[in-house]
Design a binder for this molecule. Structure first.
Ligand SMILES: [Zn+2]
Length: 333
């Protein structure tokens, strides 16, 4: 059943915009969706930011400062917005009503954005892009929902993002309601795929000199990145973001000092408390040891202010690459 934007008028636009952001004010993800002034434009709901960006690239949407510079052939809802997709509760009835207008829901995989099942109850087609991408986990097992809890952070490796994008773009195009326009969607997908392959090559070239080096992170979200580009990772919190035990913290302090590590990577959106404890402890037991924090984005959401500044998946991934290369002692790009 394909129902598009016109039907939203019955939901009540003001209520819709006001309800979507806990912090007050309109939710940019929803207002972008509302502001193009195009009626009956096909709509896709994505569970969280990296998938949202991929869908927008297939549609050909370009926007800066929360306004479309070039509206493409469809609109996209980022269902999580600024929330953490690991533990998101899709209870907002108005956001669910908006999502119900979609012809497609794109999620990653069971065990990560599992709230997608509740969104899919609205009746749209649902594709778990990670599960149909052909990607495997760190142990080479298929990411098909049959393996229990596996590391979901595949989008943080540009190499794997290409396969994920193939699955997303195929679903967006195959199910697009007006098949006379899919030629443009296919051209958009080819262009974005090339941009992702270019990102992969830039990662490979930039990180090659650091092969075998250790990336110490606050949250073990970068395992695929490390595996695909020759680095090792030790995270304070595991990939499911569980709080570290005192043993793990002690193990980490030894690892940092023994390996002469001078940089801990924290996530821009996370609390840094555990990292600060590690830095303080090392400072007390090893006087003069230099240890700095650098921020990486796990891209589980994109803060509104970054969206407004025109940032996207590729620009944030380039920021991550610069931080990694600089922290490991390389040149800034
Ligand atoms: Zn995560």
């Amino acid at each position: 059943m394909r129902r598009f934007r016109k039907a939203l008028a019955t939901v009540g636009l003001c209520a819709l915009l006001a309800s979507c952001q806990a912090g007050g004010g309109p939710d940019p993800w929803m207002s972008i969706y509302e502001e193009t002034g195009q009626a009956d434009i096909p709509l896709v709901t994505a569970t969280f930011y990296p998938l949202y960006d991929m869908v927008n690239k297939v549609f050909g949407n370009t926007y800066v400062g929360g306004e479309f510079v070039a509206p493409g052939l469809g609109q996209t809802i980022d269902f999580c917005g600024e929330s953490d997709p690991h533990e998101f509760d899709p209870s907002d009835p108005q956001k669910l009503a908006a999502a119900s207008e979609s012809y497609l829901l794109v999620s990653l995989m069971d065990g990560f954005d599992s709230f997608a099942d509740a969104v899919a109850d609205q009746g749209m087609k649902h594709v778990r892009a990670g599960e149909v991408s052909g990607l495997t986990d760190l142990d080479g097992r298929p990411i098909d929902g049959s393996q229990g809890h596996i590391d979901p952070h595949v989008w943080l490796s540009p190499k794997r993002a290409v396969a994920l994008f193939d699955a997303v773009s195929q679903a967006v195009i195959e199910n697009y309601p007006d098949q006379t326009k899919v030629g443009q969607l296919e051209a958009n997908a080819v262009a974005h795929r090339a941009a992702l392959i270019n990102l992969d090559q830039t990662y490979a070239e930039t990180l090659a000199p650091f092969a075998g080096q250790l990336l110490v992170t606050s949250h073990e979200a970068f395992s695929y990145l490390c595996l695909d580009y020759g680095l090792e990772q030790f995270g304070i919190a595991d990939f499911a973001d569980n709080t570290p035990s005192p043993d793990r913290l002690a193990q980490m302090e030894d690892l940092i000092v023994d390996n002469d590590i001078h940089c801990i990577y924290v996530e821009s959106l996370d609390s840094h408390t555990a990292v600060d404890v590690v830095i303080e402890d090392i400072g007390l037991s090893h006087r003069g040891y230099r240890l700095e924090k650098r921020e990486l984005s796990a891209l589980e959401s994109l803060p509104y202010k970054q969206l407004m500044a025109g940032e996207d998946y590729i620009s944030v991934m380039m920021d991550n690459l610069n931080e990694i290369a600089e922290g490991l002692g390389g040149q800034i790009l």
